[in-house]
Design a protein around this ligand. Structure first.
Ligand code: F3S
Length: 405
């Protein structure tokens, strides 16, 4: 891979060991994927999530004097104030990980956004054709597909290295030829928001990591929430960093105009009954519930208002912890507008900066819960908690009754 004189100097350590380590990672990555050079990135998102391996790498970079060169956001860990709410029995190591996460963000100059919908609220800053380095599996599909900006599905370490150098190796989805569709997916029904997320689960199981599906049959652009969930679920059951929506997403519209859509596409068709069967399977655990998990990926402002509206004057069952994870940006808005207090009185905890897959929810493990997110179901299961997956309005009903019937 070609390096400029400046890049060579960074690699040799002339700007300190932190930058050298970040550059070494990018050069190795570039060599593995046959990149010709490094290209500048406009922004980065670091999917840290308070995990120890990624944290150790970040601390080594920070000790070596590295700081991010481009605007960089980060994934949620957990809000330390929650120890007073959920009173989990945490060990010293678990508490230490959160403190180290905050410290290292400070040292590296990373924005402590702690949200897994990093694109929410900054969409206007990302333009068609921009190059970015985003980890957090749910976001690259949105950036590549809906905005037409370009990012690979970065690991936490490669996104941080790119943020520090301000560049990424030129390979994968940064290149025109790797963004063309190779699979045509015919959807024979008009999915609602929840169905669209389920379609992501279904297709993630069928597609291979290099596939770029072209989805046909949709009459309108799905909502932000549906697109967020579609991208997220594609990357829980599979690995898909980009898709096209026929006639709707910018890159396929341009490719069509230029006559550059490949003719021979592999074909898949999806019928409503296949999605209905999947929904039934994911919902089938019945009985009393102790919790609701929403916000995996983080809930939007509109979604949280919807919960308030669906509850009306009713309260959540006293046996149920109703948790909505969101960004501090949305949390602050809800507090300012009084919605937070209304929800709190109804038994809903809106939580900022936190991921559902964290030890702070330990006391809820071992019992059935409910969710509108397959991703929450997947991660809570790894923490010894089964969740029944269902649409938002059914989640609210189950929360009021205290059971999934
Ligand atoms: Fe976000 Fe954690 Fe789910 S990072 S997408 S809440 S697993």
């Amino acid at each position: 891979m070609y390096l400029t004189n400046e890049e060579e100097k960074i690699l040799k350590g002339e700007y300190g060991p932190g930058l050298a380590l970040a550059m070494e990672l990018l050069v190795k990555l570039g060599e593995v994927f046959d990149a010709d050079r490094l290209i500048p990135v406009k922004m980065a998102h670091w999917g840290l999530s308070g995990q120890e391996g990624d944290l150790a790498f970040a601390e080594e970079l920070a000790e070596g004097g590295a700081k991010v060169r481009v605007s960089t956001t980060t994934n949620p860990a957990w809000d330390y104030e929650l120890v007073n709410v959920f009173k989990p029995e945490l060990n010293e190591h678990e508490i230490e990980l959160v403190k180290r996460t905050y410290d290292v963000c400070e040292k590296l100059g990373v924005t402590k956004s702690f949200s897994c919908i990093p694109i929410y609220g900054i969409e206007e800053r990302v333009k068609y054709g921009d190059h970015l380095a985003f980890s957090e599996s749910s976001t690259p599909p949105y950036i590549n597909s809906i905005i037409g900006a370009r990012t690979n599905r970065e690991s936490s370490a490669s996104a941080l290295a790119a943020a520090i150098i301000g560049k990424t190796p030129n390979y994968g989805l940064h290149l025109d030829e790797n963004r063309l569709p190779n699979v045509e997916v015919e959807v024979d029904f008009e999915p609602d928001d929840f169905d669209f997320g389920m379609l992501g689960v279904y297709l993630g199981n069928l597609l291979s990591p290099k596939d770029i599906p072209l989805i046909k049959g949709l009459k309108r652009m799905p909502s932000f929430e549906a697109l967020r969930d579609f991208g997220a679920m594609l990357n829980v059951s599979g690995t898909t960093a980009m898709y096209h929506l026929y006639g709707l997403t910018p890159e396929i519209v341009k490719l069509e105009k230029e006559g550059r859509v490949p003719d021979k596409l592999q074909r898949i068709s999806v019928e409503k009954k296949e999605i209905d069967e999947l929904k039934e399977k994911l919902r089938q655990k019945r009985g009393p519930i102790n919790s609701v998990f929403m916000g995996c990926p983080h809930s939007t402002y509109a979604e949280i208002l919807k919960v308030n509206e669906l509850l009306g004057n009713r309260k959540v069952s006293k046996n149920v912890s109703f948790i909505i994870c969101t960004s501090s940006y949305i949390y602050d808005r809800l507090k300012k507008e009084g919605v937070y207090d209304q929800l709190e009185k109804k038994g809903v905890s809106v939580i900022k900066d936190t991921c559902v897959d964290e030890p702070v929810f330990k006391k809820l493990e071992g019992m059935l819960g409910a969710t509108n997110s397959y991703k929450a179901y997947y991660y809570r299961q790894r923490r010894n908690q089964e969740l029944a997956v269902m649409p938002l309005k059914d989640v609210v009903e189950a929360a009021v009754k205290g059971r999934n019937d």
